[in-house]
Write a protein that binds this ligand. Structure first.
Ligand code: NAI
Length: 414
């Protein structure tokens, strides 16, 4: 297949980035070694649609080494790294993705990738699955199934499954312990601050940080903000999550009040219009807005544009400045797209080692259960979490206790 990327000449730095992550992904290395020998995916056509940076590239390589014919697309216009895309192409993996593409180009890339007629897919956010239920539904007949990486994609799959419209089996990798406990919490927790800090070069300590959404990602973002010395305010719509935030030591209030206090805002809810013009009108001069939720719908950018009396301008790379009628400036990072990927390199490598090992096992699970799974949404068996956690602990040099036979019998009795 003919790839669609920015520039093949960028490959050398892309390859360097892939080599760096390889050295820090022991689980993927283990799977690579084990399954490149027995070619578990031999001849299987596969589309991988995940934020295209170095960790994703290595996952694609491991799947290819295990025999699959892999094609890769990005899962968001701003998270694709053009040098990594070029690096992958030189390794014989077709790629359809460019950084900063339009939404229309993004759809063309997914569509082109699907021309491989996949038997297995990995999706991140649900756009690929959506296309397979719409303009490319003729491909469903060839599809064995797939897996989904993130919370928003899982929500979309649940809606399809509940309406009995899901056309093939899907695995919610996001809902495995070895995914959300680490990726959503610690991965987002660290990488959001990495993205914000490298983009703004500002201090976090002493700032009022507003975190919208206290789910798995929000907990990590709030925890790391606290560690950096920020005063953290949480906004929520779920009273249970709100009280959890209170007991974790954070202030909780509605966004309309938090809007007046915040210096830095991070939305991570999966919901739209979390920050709108009613909030923007009362924000401080210099307030910084960012989003870590999957889609760029959490901060209403149209409202920012409406309120701005000047044409918004890029005041520093990845920071757009909007001028309010009273002279206040409000800044938006990474166009309101996932700040850790649009303004950074995404989650730490070791974290994605866990998530992508689960993705690999999900592909294996779907293939091994061909014809046995219904057109439903599944979670991987918990034993796989245990297997991956054990391998990861080993790789990190930790060991843990095992129950003795007496202890097991005692617990059994209880
Ligand atoms: P979650 O379901 O655990 O948490 C979302 C929280 O937001 C819930 O507690 C919910 O009550 C709250 N919420 C919903 N609407 C709200 C509103 N209008 N105002 C305030 N709170 C609201 O979901 P999780 O796993 O934390 O994911 C959140 C988003 O982040 C999803 O879009 C997911 O796909 C995305 N994600 C992003 C990652 C990244 O790398 N930036 C990594 C993993 C997930």
């Amino acid at each position: 297949m003919e790839s669609m990327i920015k520039d093949i000449g960028l490959a050398p730095t892309g390859i360097q980035k892939i080599d760096w992550v390889k050295a820090h992904m022991p689980l993927l290395n283990h799977l690579n070694e084990k399954y490149s020998k027995n070619q578990i995916f031999k001849g299987i056509n596969m589309v991988v649609t995940i934020h295209l940076e170095a960790k994703t590239a290595y996952l694609a390589e491991v799947l290819k080494n295990a025999g699959a014919n892999v094609v890769v697309t990005g899962s968001n216009p701003l998270s694709t790294q053009d040098d990594v895309a070029a690096g992958l192409v030189t390794k014989g993996i077709p790629v359809f993705a460019t950084h900063g593409c339009t939404n229309e180009e993004y759809d063309v890339y997914l569509d082109k990738a699907l021309d491989i007629k996949p038997e297995l897919i990995i999706d991140d956010g649900g756009d690929l699955v959506n296309m397979l239920h719409g303009s490319r539904k003729e491909l469903v007949a060839n599809l064995i199934g797939g897996s989904e990486e993130t919370t928003t994609g899982v929500h979309r799959l649940k809606a399809l499954a509940n309406a009995k419209k899901l056309a093939f089996p899907m695995i919610a990798v996001n809902d495995s312990y070895c995914k959300y406990l680490f990726d959503n919490r610690y991965g987002t927790g660290q990488s959001v601050w990495d993205g914000i800090m490298r983009t703004t070069n500002l201090n976090i300590a002493g700032k009022n940080v507003v975190v919208a959404g206290y789910g798995w990602c929000g907990k990590g973002v709030a925890m790391r903000a606290k560690g950096l010395g920020a005063n953290v305010i949480v906004t929520e719509i779920d009273p249970v999550k709100a009280i959890e935030a209170v007991f974790d030591g954070f202030k909780v209030m509605p966004m309309q009040e938090a809007a007046k206090e915040g210096d830095i805002f991070v939305t991570v809810t999966g919901c739209n219009d979390v920050i709108t013009k009613e909030h923007m009108k009362v924000m401080k001069d210099g307030a910084i807005l960012s989003n870590a939720g999957h889609f760029d719908v959490e901060v209403n950018r149209n409202h920012l544009e409406e309120l701005s009396i000047k044409k918004p301008y890029e005041i520093r790379k990845n920071i757009m400045s909007y001028t309010m009628a009273d002279g206040r400036e409000i800044y938006l990072l990474g166009e309101g797209r996932l700040v850790n990927l649009a303004c950074g390199d995404g989650h730490p490598v070791e974290i994605m080692d866990l998530s992508f090992a689960m993705q690999f096992l999900a592909m294996k699970y779907v293939l091994e259960n061909k014809g046995k799974l219904n057109n439903e949404l599944y979670v991987l068996p918990a034993e796989l979490d245990k297997e991956i956690a054990t391998l990861k602990l080993e790789a990190m040099g930790f060991s843990f206790d095992e129950l003795s036979a007496e202890q097991a019998a005692y617990l059994e009795q209880e």
